[in-house]
Design a protein around this ligand. Structure first.
Ligand SMILES: NC(=O)c1ccc[n+]([C@@H]2O[C@H](COP(=O)([O-])OP(=O)(O)OC[C@H]3O[C@@H](n4cnc5c(N)ncnc54)[C@H](O)[C@@H]3O)[C@@H](O)[C@H]2O)c1
Length: 261
């Protein structure tokens, strides 16, 4: 299958490698980056505009670029009839963007596919929802320096944190919008489960962790869920868990495998 990438960074590089290792199944036709992206992270060409990307007539467009790219290109990709994987799920906390993306998908033949990213238990949340879920809570702990460049810098001196410190507590919509590069997992929990307002989120700067640790709790008609993942960072971007790229690869496997799980 022919894949087009939105983005030319850490996740795009891993997805391109995955495809290059399986040339009989996947070919990356091209990637759209920012003007600052001068060299491609793979063997595929970089293009400068969405029409150039879609001219390759991909079977699937994979967004791995950030909230701005979903806003700039997501609906246009769908309106043109191309299926779209969105890994920057936090962008969908923007109600206007959600409405636009949903309408674009509903009014075309295209489908939006959301990968689990670094969130454990998406399958359990989405299935459990069918029996009613009363409570979903997510606690995401990362090393203090992983919160640099976020609103946490304004409220805390990250270099002086010596004990686990709560830097945000609120709902998933607030978390996803305030921490666009660090709280996609919160948005994915909301989308799989009981929505942005009801999903409670705590973000922690923890000097005792070296990985991104996400603890998910949920209770409902299905029973109770307690899951924790200690996710390794992506080789080229410490803010991104390696699981983000792996979960995209899993969706690519779903497109081609005879047996899907
Ligand atoms: N769902 C999850 O669990 C999860 C986890 C980690 C990251 N993410 C999302 O994935 C995104 C990409 O992660 P990464 O580690 O590859 O980031 P990165 O910074 O390494 O790469 C981002 C790439 O996208 C390009 N880009 C940015 N804005 C663009 C735009 N408007 N149009 C086209 N290209 C654009 C950049 O130039 C860069 O090449 C993150 O911003 C985050 O939103 C999701």
């Amino acid at each position: 299958m022919k894949i087009a990438l939105l983005g030319n960074g850490a996740i795009a590089k891993l997805v391109a490698q995955f495809c290059a290792e399986r040339p009989a199944k996947y070919q990356v036709a091209a990637a759209l980056g920012l003007p600052s992206d001068t060299a491609s992270v793979g063997a595929h060409p970089l293009v400068a505009t969405l029409p150039e990307l879609l001219a390759h007539k991909p079977d699937l467009v994979v967004e791995a670029a950030g909230h701005g790219a979903v806003k700039a290109h997501g609906a246009a990709v769908l309106r043109a009839g191309f299926n779209l994987i969105i890994v920057s799920t936090g962008s969908l906390a923007d109600q206007a963007l959600w409405d636009e993306i949903k309408a674009a998908a509903e009014n075309s033949t295209a489908q939006v596919k959301l990968p689990a990213g670094a969130l454990p238990g998406v399958d359990s949340l989405a299935a459990g929802k069918l029996a009613g879920i009363d409570r979903v809570e997510l606690k995401s702990s990362k090393p203090p320096k992983a919160w640099s460049g976020t609103p946490a810098e304004k409220t805390h001196d990250l270099s002086k944190i010596t004990t686990p410190t709560v830097i945000f507590s609120g709902n998933a919509r607030e978390a996803a919008l305030a921490f666009p590069k660090n709280a996609n997992v919160a948005a994915t929990a909301a989308l799989a489960g009981i929505g942005f307002e009801k999903t409670r989120v705590t973000l922690v700067a923890d000097p005792n962790v070296t990985q991104n640790v996400h603890r998910l709790e949920a209770d409902g008609g299905f029973g109770s869920l307690r899951l924790e993942i200690s996710a390794n960072p992506s080789p080229d971007n410490p803010k991104t868990s390696h699981m983000a790229a792996l979960s995209i690869m899993r969706l690519l496997e779903h497109e081609t495998a005879a047996i899907v799980i």
